[in-house]
Design a protein around this ligand. Structure first.
Ligand code: HEM
Length: 513
């Protein structure tokens, strides 16, 4: 029906512009009427679903999300309706989990029931029809891909092989910042390109001519996927899907062309052109050539490379950015962190990865940032594979499940002064983000836990240590520490709404300045 109306609009457009408005109005009216009748039909169905707020026709509970970022709105609702609740967004029912106990039920006790992903229309486009790791349906294909990632691409050894390129990119950032000593700089604009630079070089090898345009297209794609997309809220509307995803498809086609060129370039390289360090495209192509039982197509390779970019770029950058923001607001923690980094590296005069293990306080800072500002605050949505009982409530098969990791990390039952930045809380305790402590799940848990932890941690530790070692930091315009704006922006990752502007004062000049 929607396609017919869409075609009608297109035909009328060629003849009489005023008629377009009439047809568009008629369409909206029919759509609203249809949805009201549909939602009345489902209103009275008696189930034992978890509780939740009353829904409005057509929009469900969307009105609760106006004026706040989703993880905060969901926390407010959970305070009223409990740690397991039903929220309707548009026409889609979601189960929201907001306590460590229920997170454990989902991620451990019933992991196999909840390890699927919903088939969202935007993820179909960017994932080559659900063939990347993040959006693949649970099954044999996902298992094979996961194995390639954990055994070939994201191992300790592979991550270590990228050490020198991480050190080069971090040192380049430091030199660039040092050139603006005493001036107000946009630190955000220094951090994000550095992390993307590391990811691009790990994926494609030495600085590729495609690097800049590829990164900007990936950032554009992430922006288009962020927030509640209308198309995801009304999956039954083919017209909405078509209209909402047109731009995303265009950006994806551009990314696809670049990735295919990069693959061809790698394929056609002579052995003398190959670099000493294998990049991730090399590894995937070698796997493809082996022609093992789990054959990888070019599209599969492109899907995995995008996984690594979308997983690896924004997330680590946002931790560094929030880290600097919290440290500026807490001069005591800043001083302590700088004293540690300077004690460890002063004999060398620069920061490299050899001594990162000694930075115990910095590691606690990073853990605290991942608790207060988890880059993926609602994790990646899960979908139940069969009916299941949780806490006495019925969760039907094929229900979307969202875990509010942000709220769980601030649960006052588990965290004292939960909203305060106190890195010391991680001293002398074994709480870790590897998916076994359910009050702290910034990387998720269970079999879909983030496979990129090893890749992410040095991308955060090295730049943060470098920024703390070489510079003291001041706020612009004599702003007081506590006045720094900490507003969050809702998107696919939890970034600062406004870029971070600071003044660097060199205390240890970088070499070759
Ligand atoms: C601070 C950095 C990062 C954070 C906080 C983070 C967080 C997450 C979270 C919350 C999930 C969903 C887990 C779940 O459903 O339980 C996830 C999945 C994933 N992440 Fe990360 N991530 C980070 C860095 C990375 C990096 C560096 C990579 C790759 C190099 C990566 C690749 C992936 C992939 C491929 C998945 C999908 C796994 C699957 O569905 O099987 N992530 N990540």
């Amino acid at each position: 029906m929607y396609i017919m109306i869409y075609q009608m609009v297109m035909e009328v457009q060629d003849h009489n512009p005023s008629s377009i408005y009439f047809v568009a109005f008629a369409f909206c009216f029919l759509f609203v009427l249809f949805k009201i009748v549909q939602s009345w039909g489902s209103y009275n169905s008696s189930t034992n679903l978890p509780p939740g707020p009353c829904t409005l026709p057509l929009i469900g509970n969307l009105h609760h999300f106006v004026g706040s970022v989703p993880h905060r709105s969901l926390k407010k609702l959970a305070d009223k309706y409990g740690p397991l609740m039903t929220i309707k967004l548009g026409e889609v029912s979601n189960i929201i989990v907001t306590s460590p106990e229920i997170a454990q039920e989902i991620l451990k006790t019933h992991d196999l029931t909840f390890c699927d992903r919903p088939s969202l229309s935007s993820s179909r486009i960017v994932s080559y029809n659900y063939t990347n790791l993040a959006f693949a349906r649970y099954g044999e294909y996902w298992r094979q891909l996961r194995k390639i990632c954990t055994v070939e691409l994201l191992t300790t050894k592979r991550v270590q092989s990228f050490r020198s390129l991480r050190e080069e990119e971090a040192s380049e950032m430091v030199k660039k910042i040092a050139a603006s000593e005493g001036c107000v700089i946009n630190l955000t604009h220094n951090i994000y390109p550095m992390t993307y630079g590391i990811t691009a070089r790990a994926a494609f090898g030495k600085k590729s001519r495609y690097q800049q345009v590829f990164i900007s297209k990936i950032e554009e794609q992430l922006k288009l996927m962020g927030g509640f997309s209308v198309a995801e809220l009304y999956p039954s509307s083919r017209l909405l899907q078509m209209m909402a995803n047109t731009k995303l498809e265009k950006v994806h086609r551009h990314i696809d062309r670049i990735l295919q060129d990069i693959i061809e370039e790698h394929r056609n390289r002579s052995s003398s052109d190959r670099e000493a360090v294998e990049d991730l495209v090399d590894v995937l192509l070698a796997y493809q050539e082996k022609g093992s039982t789990s054959h990888l197509t070019d599209d599969n390779i492109k899907a995995v490379i995008q996984d690594i970019f979308t997983g690896g770029g924004e997330t680590s950058s946002s931790v560094v950015e929030w880290g600097m923001s919290e440290l500026i607001r807490s001069p005591r923690a800043m001083e302590k962190a700088q004293a540690e980094v300077r004690r460890v590296y002063d004999s060398k005069g620069y920061v490299d990865e050899t001594e990162l293990e000694q930075l115990v306080y910095l590691k606690s800072i990073i853990k605290e940032i991942l608790r207060l500002h988890p880059p993926v605050p609602l994790l990646v949505p899960r979908e139940s594979r069969e009916r299941c009982q949780i806490n006495g409530y019925e969760i039907p098969s094929k229900t979307r499940v969202i875990l509010n990791a942000w709220a769980i990390g601030r649960d006052p039952k588990y965290w004292s002064e939960a909203d305060s930045f106190i890195p010391e809380r991680f001293h002398n305790n074994s709480i870790d983000f590897r998916g076994t402590d359910f009050e702290y799940i910034p990387f998720g848990g269970g079999r879909r836990i983030c496979p990129g932890i090893l890749f992410a941690i040095p991308n955060i530790e090295l730049p943060l240590a470098s920024l703390l070692y070489h510079f003291d930091w001041r706020l612009p315009n004599q702003m007081k520490n506590e006045e720094l704006d900490m507003t969050e922006c809702s998107g696919i990752t939890l970034r600062r709404e406004n870029d971070l502007y600071l003044i660097p004062i060199i205390t240890r000049p970088p070499s070759n300045m």
